[in-house]
Design a protein around this ligand. Sequence first.
Ligand code: PLP
Length: 391
Amino acid sequence: MLHTVAGFDRIGEENAFAVLARANALAAEGRDIINLGIGQPDFPTPPHIVEAAVKALRDGHHGYTAATGIPELREVVANDIAMRTGVATDADHIMIVPGGKVTMYMAIMMFGEPGVEILYPDPGFPIYRSMIEFTGATPVPLPIREENGFAFAPEEVEALISDRTRLVIVNSPANPTGGVTPPEDVAKLAKILAARPDVAVMSDEIYGRMTYDGLPHVSLGAFPELRDQLILLDGFSKTYAMTGWRLGWSLWPKSLYDNARKLAVNAWSCVNAPAQYAGIAALTGPQDAVSEMVAAFDDRRRAVVDALNALPGVSCATPKGAFYAFPNIKATGWQAKPFADALLREAGVALIGGPDFGILGEGYVRVSYAAAKDRILEAMQRIDGFLRNRA
Ligand code: PLP
């Protein structure tokens, strides 16, 4: 018998991929399945970005690059962060990584070990808790409540930070709730965190360009006093519809950068070269495609929220960012996961049960509206029929 490390007894998964597999299997049997489960834009990558990758291949960029990424892309990312946060940003603190997820992997590997605490949002992206558990660190959930607009509550974060806290993970705009922490609360959080310079902060801002109703996204990168403890996670997957390219970036404090570089050297050497050139085109080229995508998400957001609120026993707060709605289904009498399972089986609609995102997710489901509007509306009709038949 082989003996792997104990962490594998604790490591979790992302159920969205299991639901996708189940939905695809049902579709392969000939069922008409509407997938509102997976969190990826339903748009193609803008053509000028694709062309930049093709050109890079034709120009012979076939070899390894620096483990931290090509200098030109790091420079472009640093300029972009400086422009968006108003804080001077050095390209020597930027790592190019194979997708946003890799930054959380690196950060949690750097701080997680038995005896320490890592704070993470609940409900939140499931990989945070999974990786914390893998390292043997104690996961400490930060409650994200509907009553608080699914935003972070700075006082609650402050109360949960202890002497054993090594890392605090925040995420706004948020998966799975679509919550956006308002600017004044981001400022309060920054102050609380800056008062504990021994605690690292990983701010997952992968949906930072997707906010609605004029609500600004304020980055924790905008607070210079945090820069010596801040790991800023961002990437191309969601903003530029590039989930399959595996391309992201992160900003690191100077003191952690060499650790991050060493992890890259040990695990993936570098991000694939043509994708990095495509990244330059994405950040420096026209941003119209991004605005068009966000406008389409906004239109669907309004439609899906109206339709969800018309369902019996369902109420849905209006999400302020990302492309997820997180309706409350408590009054339907259903538990969230059996509801999601039955809905896929009986009505051919895939969505994700809230408990897949944390303990506080019970009573909610995540609906991704990164799908064609007519399909979303048809899904809502099917859910309506399902709930009325089962009433
Ligand atoms: N962070 C959050 C909050 C996400 O929702 C996701 C993807 O769903 C990621 C990070 C990972 O992004 P990537 O596909 O670039 O690894």
